[in-house]
Design a protein around this ligand. Structure first.
Ligand SMILES: [Zn+2]
Length: 317
């Protein structure tokens, strides 16, 4: 008789969409995506998740499933499965794990989304076989996960890896967390957009203004990338500035933890040809020679959109 396949479920719970997948050791067999409808509240989001899970299970018996891993936006208590605080879901102390476990009669594990993506890279991606690495996700915000001595680092209050809120400049721009000068305020898509908008407001000439039809809300990452492709000075500078701050942060990680490598992923990677040279150059300036040693310092993450979902499933793979 053939060995029963090891099936597990992965869910990516974001502020705008929920992706659920039935997975087998790093492969997605079936995936669905639904709008989160966070404004409708916790119970409604739970219904969306349950509906998505039933769709990917296609009538399979729950006892054939090893468990469900869910990567959620926000701060998560991995032990209790509670989402402590998730601003884009408008949740505080939400009992996500226990509610799903009860409804599905499955083992459920909840992780922060970037930490889940780090598990995916560790088990099946470009961190496979590594004992020590960081995985930095650069999107509308900046997050990270760390694997230390082969284990995902959670920290005493499950907040290890909140690199987006490491202070780069105490007098810097205000961050979403309320503090000033966090890495995320400089090196995220949002930070880059805010910089471009401030420069345009101060009268700086740029093709971005025409491309955005003089509407500030149109000044988004892909449009800035388009301007850079046309040789626009402001666009190229704004993207390189992201690389500068990421380079300092990456050098600091190497100095503190001396990892095998740092993985880089997230939507901002679409612009990497404009920020990677500055990132590497800045890193070289700030890293200690002993941590550098001519090694490979950064590497692309393997998974793009499916990283969180795969990471969730990988907990039980
Ligand atoms: Zn912050």
């Amino acid at each position: 008789m053939a060995k029963a396949p090891k099936l597990s479920l992965g869910v990516d719970l974001g502020g705008t969409k929920i992706a659920a997948g039935l997975c087998q050791e790093g492969e997605i067999l079936k995936k669905v995506i639904f709008p989160t409808q966070a404004a409708a509240g916790f119970d409604s989001v739970i219904s969306v998740i349950l509906g998505a899970v039933e769709r990917v299970l296609e009538g399979r018996d729950h006892k054939d499933i090893l468990g469900l891993g869910i990567g959620s936006a926000g701060q998560v208590n991995a032990e209790t499965g509670e989402v402590i605080y998730a601003p884009n879901l408008k949740w505080k102390n939400a009992p996500l794990g226990s509610t799903l476990a009860k409804a599905l009669k499955l083992k459920v594990q909840v992780l922060n989304d970037v930490r889940a993506a780090t598990v995916a890279e560790h088990k099946f991606g470009n961190g496979k076989g590594l004992e020590n690495f960081a995985n930095i996700f650069i999107g509308t915000g900046v997050g990270s996960g760390f694997v230390v001595n082969g284990q995902l680092l959670n920290g005493v209050t499950n907040s290890a890896g909140e690199i987006g809120h490491v202070c780069m400049d105490p007098e810097g721009p205000v961050c979403g967390c309320g503090n000033k000068g966090c890495l995320e305020a400089f090196a995220s898509g949002t930070g880059m957009e805010n910089y471009v908008k401030a420069q345009l407001k101060s009268g700086r000439k740029s093709v971005i203004k025409e491309l955005a039809e003089s509407k500030f809300e149109n000044v988004r990452g892909p449009l800035i990338g388009k301007a850079a492709d046309q040789g626009d000075e402001l666009a190229i500078e704004a993207i390189a500035r992201v690389g500068h701050y990421l380079g300092i942060a990456a050098a600091n990680i190497h100095t503190m933890l001396n990892p095998d490598v740092i993985l880089l992923g997230g939507g901002m990677m679409a612009l990497k040809k404009y920020f990677m040279p500055t990132l590497l150059q800045t890193m070289k300036i700030h890293i200690l020679p002993v941590a550098d040693h001519g090694r490979e310092l950064v590497r692309d993450a393997k998974f793009e959109n499916d990283a969180v979902l795969l990471g969730g499933s990988a907990i039980f793979a």
